[in-house]
Design a protein around this ligand. Sequence first.
Ligand code: HEC
Length: 108
Amino acid sequence: MRLPRTICSCLVLLLVSCRGLQDIAPAVQSGMAGDPQRLAEGRRVYLESCTGCHSLQAVDELSAEKWDAVLPGMAKKAKLDPESAAKLSDYIMAARQWKAQTNTTAGP
Ligand code: HEC
């Protein structure tokens, strides 16, 4: 059968060509600043509420200032309540800070 093999190769290509989720929105780590429970809720908001219109931006793709400028408008688009928006912001800031410190990712 040709088709399934083609589909498999496409999936593999897709996986290696995209940044992995751990790179885009890393799971909450003990080294991240803030309450882990709250950060985990913020991460869940990000994964669940911010994928409807576009793919996720890596947490370190934007500067902290840029995130601060973008998040209020996006929270409105995603119809987040203020508490969820605050948790999301806390997660993104903590995660990008953590990534900057650990700098584990190779590549462009
Ligand atoms: C209703 C659709 C919609 C939802 C839901 C949505 N976005 Fe967006 N987002 C857009 C559109 C459209 C743009 C590009 C135009 C703009 O900046 O308004 C965008 C752009 C962005 C950008 C790039 C901004 C820039 O200037 O580089 C980021 C970052 C972003 N969104 C984050 C988020 C986050 C975080 C959430 C979840 C809270 C979210 N988006 C939910 C529609 C959406």
